[in-house]
Design a protein around this ligand. Sequence first.
Ligand SMILES: *Cc1c(COP(=O)(O)O)cnc(C)c1O
Length: 388
Amino acid sequence: MSYLAKNYNRKKISFKYGKGSFLYSIDGKKYLDFVQGIAVNSLGHAHPQLIKTINKQSKKLWHVSNAFEIPEGEKLAKKLAKKTFADYVMFQNSGTEATEAAIKSARRYFFSIGKPKKNRIICVKNSFHGRTLAAIYASGSKKMTEGFGPKVGGFDHFVFGNHKSLKKKISKNTAAIMVETIMGEGGIKVIPDWFLKELRQICNKKNILLILDEVQCGIGRSGDFFAFEKSKVKPDIVPIAKGIGGGFPIGAVLMNKKVASGMTAGTHGSTFGGNPLAMAVGNSVMDIISNQKFLNNIKNTSKYFLSNLNKIKDKYPNIIKEIRGRGLLIGIQLHTDHVKFIKKLMENKLLTIRAAENVVRILPPLNVKKNEIDQALKIIKKVCSKIN
Ligand SMILES: *Cc1c(COP(=O)(O)O)cnc(C)c1O
């Protein structure tokens, strides 16, 4: 029997090791891994540079308290600030901690300027911001919150795409609007640039902070370092996690000067957040992904992958409803249930993962090779032809 709690519905498969885009199971099978720990292993499995970094740092220093200065963290924060809108960075260990800290930062800012009642956060109904108590109530999903009351207050929700409903929710007590730039768990739904611009305008007009959750779509996943860059919109707060650690748990909140002014000494903390081992890995991941050539390559790979997926869609319009996404955050929306389809892909040695709205979510490593994409396309085509 298993002594692990039953809070996951696990597939009956386990892996011995991974290399790049591939996972090797205990029973000797080789899988093309287009889940990559849900967009976490941004550089694939066992990347040589990350192995070198973690080996080197593990011999020097793993952990010291945030009561002391941590040069590796200073370095990573500087790189993130220089590359993005951010003036300051606050390190955490996971995505949900990052969204929590984003919410806290927004509220704390208004408190610090003498507006403590301006503390409500508007989010998209059935979005995903993580699993802590505040994050599940921010996500506004019945499934995630059921049985976990009393309700954490302070969140209002609007329906994705329904901008009238958003405007109705805004009040003088709205502190922030928090949305995923590209909804991941919610079904790979991209917020159009014009709407991001409109959000920014609304926020400016009503003195509201704009939080863009880039835990899943950030760190190169969209083909830009951040998914919002294309729109030219500057957010106030951006929680990140998943891809920045390349497999090592790292979260962070990026914020502008204004927001950071509220987070004075003692207002927030994390025992593990930003420790030297994590920061060393984060620096290596950042050096590779923030390179413009690397980002351009993601865009090219994405173009190739998306256009070929659309060809498959055109051939099997009765199976595939829509190809969604940007960069290497891709969804195949099916007309019918996605669970069977994902199982069939897995039987053919391609690992994918579900998202809402019958979407098969595809998350290759950002350095995936063209021939690996071809391999995946072949398997997807084969599964479509068998179902047909
Ligand atoms: C995964 C995710 C989170 C939560 O991250 P954890 O590391 O699982 O806590 C939050 N927001 C978004 C958009 C995510 O995709």
